[in-house]
Design a protein around this ligand. Structure first.
Ligand code: SAM
Length: 310
C-alpha cells in the first residue's frame, strides 16, 4: 500500500498543540500519520500519543510511519465520535492536546477501489470504515428523490441539486448505478452544458455531499469537538483543521459556544442556563502560508482553529 498524503498546516498545528513534551496527545484523524509523525518528533519517551482513524488502511500506514518514534503509541481503529470511550478504556481522564484534521486523505481519494473519486472509475463506495454497512451505492440507489435533493443541496451546496436528484432517480429505474463513472455521467447530463463549462469538475459537489452522508461527517462533529474539549487539562489545546465551509461553520460555532459563559436569550433578566466557558479561542483561524499553497493545492481551503482549555 502506497499511502500518499501531504499533511496540511502541519507545523502550525503542532506548534499550537504541544504544551508539554512529556504529555498525552490525541490525533483523532491519523491518516498516513503525517501530523502524528511531526508531533511524535517533538515528544519525549515519557509522552503518550493516542491515534484514531476509522479506516484500517490508515492505521496500517500510520503504524509503519510511527514505528521508530520514542513516545508510547496507542493506535486504534475507531470513529472519533467514541473518543471518550477510548480514553475511558485506557484509564486516561485528561490529555494535553487533541487534534482533528477533518475529511478524507489523498490516499482515500486517489485509490479508485475506495469509490471516492470522480476522476477515476471505481465502485460506488465512499466508506472510510469498510466495516460500516451503508455505502454510496445504498444512498444513490436507495434514497428517495427528496432525500437525494436534500443532501446534494445541503452538503454539496449544489445549485443543480434538484435536476441531479431527478436524473439519478430516472437513471436507476433501468438498473442500479454501480460505478462512480456511471454517476459522473448522470451528473453531467443533469447540469446544463453552459453551466458545466467553467469552474470545478461538475461532479465535485455531489460527490462531496454523498461522501458526507455516507460517513455522517457533519452529524458527529459538534459533539466530538465538545467531548474532546471536555477531556483537556487546563491549558490543554484543541486544534481543528477544516476543508470546506460547512465543516468550518460547525467547528467555529462549536468553539465559540464552548468559549461563552451565558447562552441565555439576551432579554433574560437573570441567567438560567448556567453555561460556563471551558475554552478560550482566537477569533481568526490560522491559514496556510503562501509557500504551502504553492506546493499543495489541497491546502487552499484549509483553516486551523485552536481552543485553549481554561
Ligand atoms: C485528512 S486525513 C488525515 C491526514 C493526517 N493528518 C496526515 O497528516 O497524514 C483524515 C483522516 O481522518 C479519518 N477520519 C475522518 N473522519 C473520521 C472519524 N469520524 N473517525 C475517525 N477517523 C476519521 C479518515 O479516514 C482519514 O484517514
Amino acid at each position: 500500500m502506497n499511502f500518499h498524503h501531504v499533511s496540511v498546516l502541519r507545523q502550525e498545528t503542532i506548534d499550537n498543540l504541544i504544551t508539554d513534551p512529556d504529555g498525552i496527545y490525541v490525533d483523532c484523524t491519523l491518516g498516513g500519520g503525517g501530523h502524528s509523525r511531526a508531533l511524535a518528533g517533538r515528544l519525549s519517551a515519557k509522552a503518550t500519543l493516542i491515534g484514531l482513524d476509522q479506516d484500517k488502511d490508515a492505521i496500517a500506514a500510520a503504524t509503519e510511519r510511527l514505528k521508530d518514534t520514542a513516545c508510547r503509541r496507542i493506535l486504534v481503529q475507531r470513529n472519533f465520535r467514541y473518543l471518550p470511550d477510548v480514553l475511558d478504556e485506557l484509564g486516561i481522564e485528561k490529555v494535553d492536546g487533541v487534534m482533528f484534521d477533518l475529511g478524507v486523505s489523498s490516499y482515500q481519494l486517489d485509490t479508485p477501489e475506495r469509490g471516492f473519486s470522480y476522476m477515476q472509475d471505481g465502485p460506488l463506495d465512499m466508506r472510510m470504515d469498510r466495516d460500516q454497512k451503508r455505502s454510496a451505492y445504498d444512498i444513490v440507489n436507495g434514497y428517495s428523490q427528496a432525500d437525494l435533493y436534500r443532501i446534494i443541496k445541503t452538503y454539496g451546496e449544489e445549485r443543480w441539486a434538484k435536476r441531479i436528484a431527478a436524473f439519478i432517480v430516472e437513471a436507476r429505474r433501468e438498473k442500479p448505478l454501480e460505478r462512480t463513472e456511471e454517476l459522473v455521467q448522470v451528473i453531467k447530463k443533469a447540469i446544463p452544458a453552459g453551466a458545466r463549462k467553467d469552474g470545478p469538475h461538475p461532479a465535485k459537489r455531489t460527490f462531496q455531499a454523498i461522501r458526507i452522508e455516507v460517513n455522517d461527517e457533519l452529524g458527529i462533529l459538534h459533539d466530538s469537538l465538545e467531548h474532546a474539549a471536555q477531556r483537556l487539562k487546563p491549558g490543554g489545546r484543541l486544534c481543528v483543521i477544516t476543508f470546506h465551509s460547512l465543516e468550518d461553520r460547525i467547528a467555529k460555532q462549536t468553539l465559540r459556544l464552548l468559549a461563552t459563559d451565558c447562552i441565555c436569550p439576551p432579554d433574560m433578566p437573570v441567567c438560567t442556563c448556567h453555561h460556563h466557558a471551558i475554552l478560550k479561542v482566537k477569533r481568526q483561524p490560522i491559514l496556510p502560508s503562501q509557500e504551502e499553497l504553492d506546493t499543495n493545492p489541497r491546502a487552499r481551503s484549509a483553516k486551523l482553529r485552536v481552543g485553549v482549555r481554561k
